[in-house]
Design a protein around this ligand. Structure first.
Ligand SMILES: Nc1ncnc2c1ncn2[C@@H]1O[C@H](COP(=O)(O)OP(=O)(O)OP(=O)(O)O)[C@@H](O)[C@H]1O
Length: 264
């Protein structure tokens, strides 16, 4: 059964259409990676689903048509992480995380003690223990991404839209971030759409991959089910001639690794 149903979505800027007739579904408890070349429309897709961009088509989350919700109701259903947080004023890390509760609080209502404790625990979980009183703007870019991730997690929304949440994270934190996301979608029966630029990370941590090419859907991959030859063919449309190889770690778990077949 689907939690999210995107039907015939088209969107763009002004008169220029960027996304053309995109349809797909996501099940509860799953992570869908969105892959595509620079400028193909990944961010535009997330913005349209988050209702930041006017669009044609519809986005259904469980029984809610997202386009018909008020901004507050939408924020209660859907957490959106843009590429840049846009936070320029001085705020503590804890205050930034507590912003994740805003849709649940009335104007000027302060967060509860329980919310603060949960926010601190979430900061520790994502890898920022003891940093709650630090100035958000004095964190490294990677630490900022972890802080914004914590902000997204505390809200317990059914749909998470994450735009390159791993771009400033090192190898270890990238994998951990995807593990935290896995824990989140499982615990909340939620679904996450994540734009990623690391195909190997996407192949090993996402349940499904939506492949975009020039604003159209060129295919969907289920890394555990789709034959390697079909994955290679679809991903070659983005990355050129590539080769996907199966490797096993020391515990015997299978991993997919994508390598470039020829020099560019
Ligand atoms: N605010 C805007 N006004 C006009 N055109 C825009 C705007 N934002 C993006 N575009 C255009 O829309 C197209 C898709 O951009 P988008 O940011 O969705 O791509 P993307 O796949 O997320 O790229 P990247 O991987 O580089 O982040 C690009 O051609 C871009 O120039």
């Amino acid at each position: 059964m689907s939690l999210l149903t995107i039907s015939h979505l088209s969107a763009g800027y002004g008169r220029k259409e960027i996304l053309h007739d995109i349809s797909f579904t996501s099940r509860p408890g799953t992570i869908t990676g969105i892959l595509g070349a620079n400028g193909c429309g990944k961010t535009t897709l997330l913005k349209a689903i988050a209702n930041i961009l006017p669009h044609k088509g519809s986005c259904l989350l469980a029984e809610n048509t997202l386009e018909s919700l008020s901004a507050r109701e939408l924020a209660k259903q859907c957490g959106y992480i843009p590429q840049k947080s846009g936070i320029t004023i001085d705020l503590t890390v804890l205050d930034v995380v507590l912003m994740g509760y805003h849709p649940d609080l009335s104007l000027l209502q302060p967060p509860t003690v329980q919310m603060k404790e949960h926010a601190k625990a979430t900061l520790t979980m994502v890898g920022l223990p003891d940093r709650e009183q630090a100035n958000y703007n004095q964190l490294s870019e990677g630490q900022k991404q972890l802080c914004i991730l914590a902000r997204t997690f505390v809200g317990a929304r059914k749909l998470l839209l994450l735009d390159e949440p791993e771009s400033a994270l090192d190898f270890r934190f990238r994998n951990q971030m995807m593990q935290h996301l896995r824990t989140y979608v499982t615990a909340h029966d939620a679904c996450a759409l994540v734009t990623l630029h690391d195909p190997s990370l996407a192949l090993n941590t996402c349940d499904e991959l939506l492949v975009l090419s020039k604003g159209t859907r060129s295919g969907k991959i289920s890394p555990k089910l789709t034959p390697v030859s079909k994955m290679e063919s679809l991903l070659s449309s983005i990355y050129g001639t590539i080769n996907i190889t199966k490797l096993h770690d020391k515990s015997g778990n299978e991993h997919l690794v994508m390598i470039q077949e020829e020099s560019i």
